[in-house]
Write a protein that binds this ligand. Structure first.
Ligand code: 1QQ
Length: 375
């Protein structure tokens, strides 16, 4: 249109890509354009996480384009859940594609190598699924809108001990992944704080398929509750093998267990798994209802926590781009850091001074092969 042409001419004359804060254009001049890199776990044993995440991002982007205040171009790269691949994806996005900001990577393990690199390059980066302690502390440009294990696990354990007679717990965790180890640290501390006796602490590795040695030991020690820190692929097999050997006590799982892939893989064996999450699809809230409806229409499944966090993550990024008024890395970083009370499908979000999101989790339990509120 003529107006659009006029806007473009004016914007060009103003020098849209200057880094001077004084040259910000506002949304009134047309959508603010920005290029957002995405690093996601799209192939391999944890691809269910990345699929939900990229679906959430794409749906948010479609809506944002329709709303017309920002015009984001997503550049999606697969990291296969691996540190080296996540790092090379980040380098490509930052140096060749010249993205203005990055969303991802999926795993804390990946963020621990990508975050410092993005920070060094002055590229704002936001994890939507990283829950290990210390993620936003990786640098001033590093953010996340996922709640840490330090909030989630205590909430789950607290609920479990209110409901069941829990004195003895067993801990089982993956010792070769940043997130599963971080979950373990929290479990250990919570057990201490709540005076629970830890009958044994067992470990496993990514990709392991036989947990019978660990589970047999746990079973013989007769715990009231098992605390497990695992990604879904290992976590679901652990549940399956535990139930098959008659180990029927409830489990508290960390964030890795928040994927419905757990139920897909473990079936009935997933019942009795307790998790904490900021996402609840049945919430009586207009935004949540619309999101669930639109997502289900688009992808044929209900959005899970990872989809919801990614959906809100892109909205947060869009809000920062809009507030920055210009596709500039430093401006977007500052706008992210000062976002307050943004209402998303997870609730009302603000970043604290570290770049960590402040939010209350809901505790859920799997019953009848679905996540329901644990109360
Ligand atoms: C992390 C996680 C995983 C479960 C993300 C998929 O929380 O690596 O931090």
């Amino acid at each position: 249109s003529v107006l659009m042409m006029f806007t473009l001419v004016v914007l060009t004359a103003c020098g849209t890509d200057t880094k001077d804060a004084g040259d910000k254009e506002t949304g009134a001049d047309g959508p603010v354009k920005a290029k957002i890199g995405v690093i996601s776990y799209l192939t391999g044993p944890g691809a269910g996480y990345g699929e939900a995440i990229t679906n959430g991002l794409k749906l948010a982007n479609k809506e944002l384009k329709e709303a017309g205040e920002v015009d984001l171009e997503l550049k999606i790269e697969d990291s296969a859940g691996k540190q080296e691949e996540a790092l090379s994806a980040a380098q490509k996005l930052m140096n060749s594609d010249n993205v203005d900001a990055i969303i991802g990577p999926t795993l804390s393990t990946e963020m621990f190598v990508v975050g410092p690199e993005a920070d060094l390059n002055g590229v704002p980066i936001m994890g939507t699924s990283n829950t290990a302690e210390g993620i936003p502390q990786l640098g001033d440009y590093v953010f996340r809108n996922s709640i840490p294990e330090t909030l989630a696990i205590p909430a789950s354990v607290q609920k479990a001990i209110e409901k069941y007679d829990v004195k003895k717990v067993a801990i089982l965790y993956g010792n070769d992944d940043v997130f599963t180890k971080a979950g373990y640290d929290v479990m250990k501390k919570v057990a201490e704080d709540l005076n629970l006796e830890v009958v044994t602490t067992e470990t496993f590795q990514l990709g392991q398929s036989d947990y019978k040695a660990q589970l047999t030991k746990i079973k013989n020690l007769n715990p009231d509750l098992i605390l497990a820190s695992a990604l879904y692929n290992e976590g679901a097999v652990i549940l399956d093998q535990a139930r098959k050997m008659g180990l029927d006590v409830p489990f508290v799982g960390g964030n890795g267990f928040n994927s419905p892939e757990v139920i897909k893989i473990a079936g009935d064996a997933s019942n009795g798994l307790i998790v904490a999450t900021p996402w609840f699809a049945q919430k009586d809230d207009e935004k949540v209802k619309n999101f669930v409806k639109n997502y289900t229409e688009a992808y044929g499944v209900e959005p899970d926590q990872f989809a919801a966090q990614a959906y809100d993550g892109l909205y947060l990024m869009a809000e920062a781009v809009k507030n920055a008024g210009v596709a500039d890395r430093d401006e977007i970083r500052d706008a992210l850091a000062t976002l307050k009370d943004f209402k998303g499908v997870l609730g009302t979000m603000s970043f604290d001074e570290d770049g960590d999101i402040v939010m209350e989790p809901t505790v859920l339990i799997i019953e009848g092969n679905e996540y329901v509120v644990f109360e």
